[in-house]
Design a protein around this ligand. Sequence first.
Ligand code: DGY
Length: 320
Amino acid sequence: MKPKIFITRKIAEEFVKPYREHWDVEMWHEEGTTVDRQVLLEKASQADALITMLSDAIDQEVIDAGVNLNVISNLAVGYDNIDVDYAKEKGITVTNTPDVLTETTADLTFSLLMATARRIIEANQYVKEGKWTNWAPFLMAGTDIHHKTIGIVGMGRIGEAIAERARGFNMNILYHNRSRKERAEKEIGATYTSFDELIETSDYVVCMTPLTEDTVDMFNESVFKRMKNSAIFINTSRGGVVNENDLYTALETKEIRAAGLDVFQNEPIGQDHPLLQLENVTALPHIGSASYETRSTMIELCLQNIQQVLAGKEPATPVL
Ligand code: DGY
């Protein structure tokens, strides 16, 4: 009997073709939609391995259904969608896709920072909607990036890659992290600060911290109040790290200048969400690692991780 693999999204056949000889691979059938919960439970109950998306809640119910499950291979570096402790308790290996998406996610984060600071999306709309009738000195004026202070909260691999980009813009780089990062300090020139100092002195506060019990609502009213009125807040990590009501108030009352958000508490965010009504919000649909090259590499890594676990070997990127 071939091991059964279920993929919770429809992906191109070319990715799975090399594995079909040895595996019985099934995937969610409909392009662009999320797997139906009942289907997920049913497939989990038959599968030896799952490839899951960050939008799938892999909770105790799914894990309990997976009586034959050996491995859950998540197509993301973040794995807050999975009850990892419970999976481990059940002897199931969980893997993610770190490293391969670092540079791509840093590119997107820096693009979002630039787009928010220089109002690029707004300016594009302005031209396309035929509103550009004359040149004016402060037409669509934004704020500078070069030589400003960037504060990165969560200095993991992606944080460091963002810091490298910031160095190219001659920015003053601050970071806060659970532990000091020697490479970031020595090679990139980043300075470690307390969280309080970072939020109070940064022109750009970039949230890169994973969502855990300790980081839920970390960016809340009191934090936004302590930021500069000219500060721009960028989040490409997870929406749950931010209290969205408090962020809305901070933006609406100009407590802070603007926000660039790739992630939200509930995704997809509804069009009528208050945050999306604000001119000083630049919003993206969680596309941090979404380049063709990187997403393809991530899918391949998920498949390789499964191959290793099913062969009784240590996967390349287990969640520790
Ligand atoms: C991840 O992989 O966790 C990122 O959010 C992708 O954009």
